[in-house]
Each structure stands twice: as C-alpha cells, then as structure tokens.
Design a protein around this ligand. Structure first.
Ligand code: LLP
Length: 434
C-alpha cells in the first residue's frame, strides 16, 4: 500500500512524526490531522518549479479545498497567493495573513456586499463571470480594478478522461466557441475603473491526464491570438487548478513537479508557436496542496455482521465530516492505526453515524479483524473535507490538529454544544417588528 509521506513504525501509523493512536487518545475522535511539512513541501514544489521554468507566475492556493486561518500562515510565507470565492474565504485569508495584493476573487455569482468588501480590501483582481459583476465593481470601485474574465474553453476533464466539447452548458464562464467571451471582453474597453488584465479557465478537478491541461493551453492561447487581433492585449493567463492526488491504490496522479514542468514548458512553446507575448501564468492548485497532507481518525463503535451479506463497522464520523463519499462516490483507503502494515483478511463496510442508509464512508475495504475501540485512519482527507463538512444531525465538525516534526497543536479547535445553538433563537415577532 502506498502511504505517501506517512510512516509505519512497529505496525503503528505515524503522521508528521506523531503516533496516530496517541493523537486519537489525546484529542479524541473523529479528528482531522494535518501534516504541515507535507503541505509545505507540495506548495514549495509548485513555486520552485515555476521559478525555474516560467518565472512570471503566481501560485494561488484555491481556498475552497481547505480554508482556515492557519493554512494561509503556512502558505503565504512560501510566496503563494490565494483564490477566494466568498466574503468568508476572503475574510479568513486576510485574517490568516495573506496579503490582499495576492488574492483573486472568483465565483459565478458574487454578491454586491462581497464585491464591495473585496474592493475595499484592495485585492489583486476579480475573475469575472457576468456582466452584472462588472456593473457592481464599477459601482463600488474608486480606482481601476484588475479584471480577469472566466472563459469556457470547451475542455472538460475528469480523473482519467477528458472531453473536448463546444459545450456551452456550464454555469461558469463565457464560452469561447460561440463568441460570447470575445464580445464580453471587447465590451469592457473604456469601462470606468475596469482594467482588463487577462483570461481564466478551470477545466475540472482530480485530473491525472496532462493532455487535458495541454488542450486547455492550446485553446486559451488561440483565444489570446484572437483577442490580440482585436487590439486587446492579455497580460495574465489563469489556468485554474485540478491537479489530481492519490486516494486509493489504483490512482496514478503525476507529481506536482511533473504537472508544473509540463504546464510551464507546454505554455512556453504554445506562446512561441503563436508569436504572442508570454502572459503571466496563474495556477490555482487546491486539492493537490492540502489533500494528501490530511487524514481523518475515527474510533470504531458498533460492528454488525449480516450473514452472507456483509460486515459493517460503524465509526464516530460520517457524512458530516466527509460528504464526498456520498456526493461523488469518492473512494478512500483506510488503515487500522496500530496494525497499519498488516494485510487485511476481513472485508468491512465502514459506516458513518448519521441517520441515513447511504452514510457509508467506504463500501468494502479489507482490514485486519476490527473490534470496538480500534482507531481507523482514512487517508487523503485534507481537501474538501473540513471545507465541506456540516453539523448534520447536530454532530460536531471535527477539530483539526496540525502535526509537525513530532509535535501537535490545534489548527481548528473543537466545537461545543454551546456552539451548536449559539445563533439559535426563539422567534420574537414583537421585537423584530419594531
Ligand atoms: N480554481 C477554480 C476556479 C476552481 O473552481 C477550483 C475547484 C480550483 C481552482 C481548485 O481545484 P483543485 O486543484 O482543488 O482540483 N468538491 C469537489 C471539488 C470541487 C472543485 C471545484 N473547483 C471534490 O471534493 O472533489
């Protein structure tokens, strides 16, 4: 089994030099654990490769993968910027020490108050997705705002596949194929406080195929040629994120080094071939920076064998800390923390504790025989877990503990029952009427 940067000592799983079972005892379960060095190593790889291969660049961490104050304190010193998609992510990034000058605001339906807040914060730029947004930026800006336009290049990629389409059915972006992108960008000329700075795309997530990114680069640079022909120069090219990671044995992602080397070199040659000015390159990795740095620890509770059908092992987490299993039928690897390298001989369905039959985290994983109280680690849960978690069934969103060189500390503290009712109130119609 591939444990990535995790280590196993005397059958016991370690992350960031900390024993997982001891972490579970110290902090309780369910628990998100985040390996700081692992995250730093990946983030640094993105920056270092681009420094060497394509020096005019910004790596903007896609906050949606895992946004909390602590993550920006890890990434900002390494030279990364951030992509945010809500006022909440912007607030968190600023609180975490990310400079506004390195923040881009994405999203297909930014609210007026979010736009106002972003303008007042002095962010680096907006990735604009509608005409309405331009009106709102103009309304609130008192100085020129950098605007990148989200376009739809007609490449849609998924883990092992990519589809090239002239598909215009996407809630994101102006279509290149049907001419709306070109018309929209042309319409920006002369608009007050709107400074057209470039174009942006994002072709999908958990992509393994470098060819998908190459096709996107071809389409985007062809589009730059077209815009140049209209007298419009394109200073920045944002290729989004989507770089895949390892969840299960069969996953074969490229390394961040390979993804970036290929992107940088392919872009350089695409630009040369077309004789256009090399744009500043923006990439927005999210999952690949935090995904494999995170694991989730659970305690096994009830074990139920249905004769000739299956054995369920229920854990103290579920769809409230990992909605991905249900939403996308996402697959995971689990290990027993004190038998991490012992081959499994029993097949289990790892069930969550929510009142939904579909709340199954892993439907069939071979593990050594389980007993109540065993601690399980589910791997690669650093991205889109905490950020997509909920208080469903009034369960707590698990805390996150950061680990680094054998030490551990909270990155996100535990919730309390009081937190669950903090904003609840009994409606007082008399008072609200005044
Ligand atoms: N940039 C833009 C404009 C995006 O929409 C996204 C992700 C990213 C960057 C980062 O993509 P990444 O490098 O993380 O693949 N909840 C889903 C993933 C949704 C991704 C949405 N956009 C999941 O759990 O798989």
């Amino acid at each position: 089994m591939n444990f990535g940067d995790l280590t196993v000592k005397k059958h016991r799983l370690e992350i960031g030099g900390c024993d997982c079972k001891e972490l579970a005892e110290k902090y309780g379960t369910p628990l998100y654990v985040f390996d700081v060095c692992r995250c730093e190593k990946t983030a640094k790889a993105y920056v270092d490769i681009l420094k060497r291969e394509y020096p005019d660049f910004t790596v903007c961490y896609a906050s949606k993968a895992f946004s909390c104050v602590g993550i920006y304190g890890i990434l900002a010193p390494l030279g990364l910027g951030a992509d945010v998609v809500s006022g909440g992510e912007l607030y968190t990034a600023l609180k975490g020490g990310m400079s506004a000058s390195r923040i881009y605001f994405h999203g297909n339906n930014k609210s007026e108050s979010e736009i106002k807040y972003a303008v007042e914060s002095g962010i680096q730029g907006f990735v604009v997705d509608s005409e309405r947004e331009i009106e709102l930026i103009t309304k609130h800006a008192t100085s020129p705002q950098n605007v990148l336009v989200r376009v739809n290049p007609g490449v849609e990629a998924h883990t092992h596949r990519f589809i090239q389409t002239t598909l215009t059915d996407s809630k994101f972006g102006f279509s290149i194929a049907d001419g709306t992108a070109e018309r929209f960008i042309s319409s920006l000329t002369g608009k007050k406080n709107i400074r057209f700075a470039g174009i942006a795309c994002h072709i999908g997530s958990q992509i393994f195929e470098k060819q998908s990114f190459e096709i996107a680069i071809d389409k985007m640079t062809d589009f730059i040629v077209r815009l140049n022909g209209l007298g419009i120069s394109v200073e920045r090219l944002d290729l989004g994120g989507g770089y895949g990671i390892h969840y299960i044995e069969n996953d074969r992602p490229l390394t961040p080094e390979q993804y970036m080397t290929n992107t940088a070199r392919y872009l350089k040659s695409a630009v040369e071939k077309r004789g256009i000015k090399p744009p500043m390159l923006i990439v927005e990795p999210g999952r690949s920076i935090v995904g494999e740095a995170g694991i989730t620890l659970y305690s096994v509770g009830a074990i139920k064998t249905i004769k000739d059908v299956k054995t369920y092992a229920a854990v103290d987490g579920g769809m409230f800390d990992n909605p991905r299993a249900m939403l996308y039928e996402a697959q995971y690897t689990a290990v027993v923390c004190d038998k991490a390298d012992i081959a499994g001989d029993t097949k289990y369905s790892i069930a969550g504790k929510c009142c939904e039959s579909g709340d199954i985290l892993i439907d069939g994983v071979m593990l050594p025989e389980l007993k109540s109280g065993d601690v399980l680690a589910v791997l690669s849960t650093g991205a889109y877990h905490y950020s997509m978690a909920s208080n469903y069934n009034r369960n707590f969103v698990p805390p996150t503990v950061a680990v680094k060189r054998g030490r551990s500390a909270y990155m996100i503290k535990p919730q309390t029952y009081e937190d669950l009712v903090r904003n609840d109130c009994v409606p007082d119609f008399e008072e609200d009427a005044q």
